[in-house]
Design a protein around this ligand. Structure first.
Ligand code: UFG
Length: 336
């Protein structure tokens, strides 16, 4: 019985592959390397000392996807094959809807055909739009997404709800990620953004290593303690462990549609992150205050109680781990 990981060579997929292998699970990775590299597969093998099957293909290719279900006993699927760049999604909405929404439809339809009905979906805190109440619980209102990327997450959640309503023998878990940062402590896998990074931590490490002169802090006039945006940063290894717990829950209880926030429950500002990075690594991060970034909200952090109570999952790593591991990864990749 294997777990299929479309997008398993990507940032969150690769870290989850490691945690699943460590937990003794069998995995099959599918990736087209559109936003990842073949080197990641060897890194996963090196970290875990375990092997797995890999198929290079676009997960939207139904014919080839079906072949994988023919050749393997796939028991469950965790989908990491979504495109995730907010800015790019505004410029390429059709590509985002096609890859994320049509891709999910192809995947779910193929799963149904082969009687595989256990699915974990990588959603995002972005589905809450501008939150009305902080911290955000799973019951908070969703909607009001401000970009096509976020809307794809919202649409897929809705598709999963409708699917479950039509057939309650599906076991579905929607995981709403807050802000994943950090890297595996080995420095062998981590985040590899293409071009100029959009997200804060990848930008901070690239200012620290001299790739960029300074960080632009997008606004210091928000209604937050220091005026800069507050987010719930979560170490990618903690996040990955959340998937293992979610799978265990589906294996044990099944037949349900579950939704969990995966965050720490702590909000840090942009300047908190700059200061924590310096404290953890000794590296200065030059910055300047600029205009607000369109679409940004002031504050977003999770109430992670439900995941703690129902999955037995809590984030264990702290801000220092997040900074150190992000820095270690970029230093290690420069040495390669
Ligand atoms: N920020 C800067 N300068 C930068 C980059 C970011 O000041 O160069 C600030 C942002 O304004 C924000 C904070 O740092 O206040 C975090 O920004 P990120 O771009 O790292 O993350 P976001 O919270 O905007 O978005 C992330 C993911 C999305 C996801 C969303 C959910 O990138 O995929 O969280 O809330 F949808």
């Amino acid at each position: 019985m294997a777990i299929l990981l479309p997008g398993g060579a990507g940032y969150i997929g690769s870290h989850t592959a490691v945690e699943l292998l460590k937990a003794g699970k069998e995995i099959v990775i599918v990736d087209d390397f559109s936003n990842s590299s073949p080197k990641v597969l060897d890194a996963i093998r090196k970290i875990t000392g375990k092997d797995f099957k890999f198929y290079e293909l676009d997960y939207k290719n139904k014919e080839k996807l079906e072949k994988i279900f023919e050749e393997n006993e796939i028991d469950s699927v965790i989908n990491f094959a979504g495109f995730k760049a907010v800015g790019e999604s505004v410029k390429k909405p059709l590509e985002y809807y096609e890859n994320n929404v049509s891709g999910a439809l192809v995947l779910l339809d193929t799963m149904r055909k082969y009687g595989c009905k256990k699915f974990i979906f990588s959603s995002s805190a972005t589905v809450y739009g501008t939150p009305e109440v902080i911290p955000i619980t799973e019951e908070s209102k969703t909607g009001g997404t401000t970009n096509p990327y976020g809307t794809t997450k919202l649409f897929i959640e809705k598709i999963l709800e409708d699917l479950y309503a039509s057939d309650n023998t599906w076991d579905i878990c929607i995981l709403r990620y807050f802000n994943p940062v950090g890297a595996h402590e080995s420095g062998l896998i981590g985040e590899e953004p293409q071009g100029i990074p959009n997200n804060l931590m990848p930008y901070i490490v690239r200012v620290a290593n001299g790739t960029f002169k300074e960080l632009s802090v997008f606004g210091n006039d928000y209604d937050t303690p220091d005026g800069t945006g507050v987010r719930d940063y979560i170490h990618v290894v903690d996040l990955s462990k959340g998937h293992v717990k979610a799978l265990e829950k589906l294996d044990k209880e099944g037949n349900g549609l579950y939704i969990y926030n995966l965050g720490t429950g702590i909000g840090y500002s942009v300047l908190d992150m700059v200061n924590a990075f310096k404290k953890s690594t000794g590296k200065e991060v030059a910055y300047k205050i600029t205009e607000r970034r369109p679409g940004d909200i002031a504050t977003c952090y999770a109430d992670p109680t439900k995941a703690k109570v129902e999955l037995g999952w809590v984030a264990e790593k702290n801000l220092e781990d997040m900074c150190k591991d992000s820095w270690n990864y970029i230093e290690m990749s420069q040495k390669k």
